[in-house]
Each structure stands twice: as C-alpha cells, then as structure tokens.
Design a protein around this ligand. Structure first.
Ligand code: PLP
Length: 392
C-alpha cells in the first residue's frame, strides 16, 4: 500500500523509457527476480542479452489480449511473406484459436475483441485440456481450410483450480507453429514453492506466460506479470513512433520501451509494489504465505470429508476447495443462499458439468485455522437446517 502511495506521490507516468528510466529499469529487474523465483526458463528473462523478458500488465485479461493480438500479427505477416497476394481480411477469416471449456471468460473476450474465432475444447473428467481434444480439433479445422494459430492453456482454472495438461498440449503447439499462451492468473503465485513448481512443467513450450501477483502474492491490485520468450513478437506488433515520443536512447538496443509491449501508452510505477513486497517478505516469507493457505484449504477439506452428508468434488491442490451436499442442485443452491444471506462468510459457486458446486477459497492475508473452523461450523449448522427443512 505504501508503494502504491509512493507511486502516486511521485506522479510518474512512464510513457517511455526517457519519461522515467527508473520506472522501466526496476520493472525489468523485478520481473527477472520474479521469473527466477518461479524458475522460469532463461529464455523468458531479460537478463543481460536475452530475447525474452517480463512486463507488468494491468490484468490477466489484458495479457491474454496482448498475446492474442501479437500472435495474430505474427501469423498474418508470416503468411503474407509467403503469399503477398493474401489480404489481412482473407487471413483473418480463416484464423482459429483454442482454449478449454474451463477457461476464464476473459479468454473468450480476447477472441471477441481480436475478431478471432475461438473454440472451447471439451476438457476431460478432471476438467483438464488434453492432447486428444486439441489434435482432433486441429485435424478437423485444418481439413476445413482454417488456420490454427493460438492456444490458451489455463493453469488453475477459475471454477475448480484444475490444470490443463501443458506437457501434452505444449509440444503439439510447437510442432504446429501455434503461439501458446499460459493463463495462470490465480495459481501462478504458488509456483514459487518448489513443491508446487511441477504444476508449471512444460512452460518451456510457451510463447507467453502470465499470472497475477495481485491475486495471491501480496501485491496490491494492479500487478499482472507477463513474460514472453521473444520480446520482438510484441514490439513488432505494437510499435508506434510519433515525433512527440521519440527520445535519444531509442533504437540503441540498450533500453526497453514498455509502451510497445502493452495496449495503453502511459503506465504506473507498479514495480515499486513488487520491490516493497519482495524486500519485506523475502522469498521464504512469500512461500510461507502460500503454504499456509494451502494447508488451511486441506484443513477445510478434511473437515468436509469427515461429514458423510457432504462430498469433495475435485482434487484440492492449492487454496480452493470445491464441495457440495450430496443431493440435488436445488439443495445446494438453497444452502449457498442461506450461507451468503447470513453474511458471516461469502462463497462463490460454480457449475461443474451439470453439478452446482460450492467453492471455499482461502485468500485473506490474516486467515487462521480458527477462521476455517468457524466457517465450517457455520456451514455445517446451516446445512443441518436446510436438510431438516427438506425432510419436513
Ligand atoms: N484467468 C483466470 C484463470 C482467472 O481466474 C481470472 C480471474 O479470476 C482471470 C483470468 C481474469 O483476471 P483479471 O481480472 O486480471 O483480468
């Protein structure tokens, strides 16, 4: 919060590198620090002479849109280089992108804004995108004359925190020359813990990767971390150089102008928030924070499992527990309505296939075991009264 105030007090609007060198340079360094915490492949880091790098976007929605637009420009230029007679409109008509039926609505929205057909592939029984679904769609669409160019994989879906199979989908994208974007908006923060890093295995196949430190890494909104393997994929797509933004270091190859990496021109000094948080907590402190939440979600899971009236709906991996009363959707909708109208705790539901499911998300900074115990007692009591009313 202090960093955010400082950012406002400095009055920095980092239009270009020259407008505030510190705003740019600290962002590059912070994104490399965070990239190293996640053990991202070197290719994603700006380092000394890398081709990749990180940028702070405002949201995961923006990151997906930026990736989709960059991928769109890249494929259009590639196809036009091979066949100059092809118009942009003729290519656009044939482009097709894929995600899973569990992806966040912002992915569909990116397709809508980018004017791209986006297909939601059916996920498997664990709500995960698998190779077979992608292969099938690619074969069918290529045979119909379409051009697949972009895939969004989700690590930690919004509904139930499921994980698409990156190790299966990644190699297919690479073989087919398809841009692979990873949306790990919520779950990405957990990958700083070695025991959860396996969930990011296969990131080496991706062209871009994004998660929101403002969701689960103690950085205030907004701070959405995005890395690309080849920064020229972004800068070539979004480069504009009007006279009023020219500065003497431009084109020297020594500086970064983040205005070419994003949709807006102006930008806030958001990396200050990362610097404050990283220096205050340290990697160990941040890992402890994530571990505590995951521990508490398992504590809640075991309480639910001890009550035979309830069922756990999906594997609990991070801080989210999907559960429901055994019985009809109506019963669970009534329970949710009772919980939320009592206003002691608040739960957001989801639908998994045809089942109405309650979601218990551990996410408050100061949460303790006592809060989880109290929440469970409260849910259990309301469930008893809902079940009693049903019998009467
Ligand atoms: N992707 C996933 C998996 C999410 O869970 C969310 C938000 O909950 C988003 C994207 C959108 O995030 P943002 O608000 O940063 O655009």
């Amino acid at each position: 919060m202090l960093a955010d105030m400082l950012c406002g007090a400095i009055g920095c609007i980092g239009f270009s590198w020259a407008a505030s060198p510190a705003c740019t340079e600290l962002e590059t360094v912070m994104m490399d620090w965070l990239g190293k915490m996640l053990e991202l492949p070197e290719a994603f880091l700006a380092g000394k002479a890398g081709e990749g790098g990180g940028v702070i976007q405002g949201s995961a929605s923006e990151a997906t849109l930026v990736a989709l637009l960059a991928a769109r420009t890249k494929i259009i230029r590639q196809l036009q280089a091979a066949s100059p007679e092809l118009t942009q409109a003729a290519i656009m008509e044939k482009l097709v992108a894929y995600t899973s039926d569990q992806a966040h609505s912002s992915v569909e929205r990116a397709g809508l804004i980018g004017g791209i057909k986006l297909k939601a592939l059916p996920s498997d029984d664990n709500f995960s995108m698998r190779a077979s679904a992608l292969q099938e769609a690619l074969e069918r669409d290529k045979a119909a004359g379409l051009i697949p160019f972009f895939v969004v994989v989700t690590l930690g879906t919004t509904s139930c925190c499921s994980f698409d199979n990156l190790l299966e989908v990644g190699p297919i994208c690479n073989q087919e020359g398809i841009w692979l974007h990873i949306d790990a908006a919520y779950a990405g923060s957990a990958f700083i813990c070695p025991e959860f890093r396996y969930l990011l295995n296969g990131v080496e196949f991706a062209d871009s990767f994004n998660f929101n430190p403002h969701k689960w890494l103690l950085v205030n909104f907004d701070c959405s971390a995005m890395w690309v393997k080849k920064r020229t994929d972004l800068t070539d797509a979004f480069n504009m150089d009007p006279v009023y933004l020219k500065h003497s270091h431009q084109g020297s190859g020594l500086i970064t102008d983040y205005r070419h990496w994003q949709i807006p021109l102006g930008r806030r000094f958001r990396s200050l928030k990362m610097w404050f948080v990283f220096r205050m907590y340290g990697v160990k402190g941040l890992q402890a924070y994530i571990r505590k939440h995951v521990e508490l979600s398992h504590e809640f899971e075991s309480l639910v499992r001890q009550d035979p009236r309830f069922e756990i709906c999906t594997e609990v991996i991070l801080g989210l527990v999907c559960f429901r009363l055994k019985g009809s959707n109506q019963l669970n909708e009534t329970l949710l309505q009772r919980i939320n109208s009592a206003k002691k705790i608040h739960l957001v539901p989801c639908c998994l296939r045809d089942k109405f499911v309650l979601r218990f998300a551990v996410c408050a900074r100061t949460v303790q075991s006592a809060h989880v115990q109290l929440a469970w007692e409260h849910i259990r009591d309301l469930a008893s009264s809902v079940l009693r009313a049903e019998k009467e």
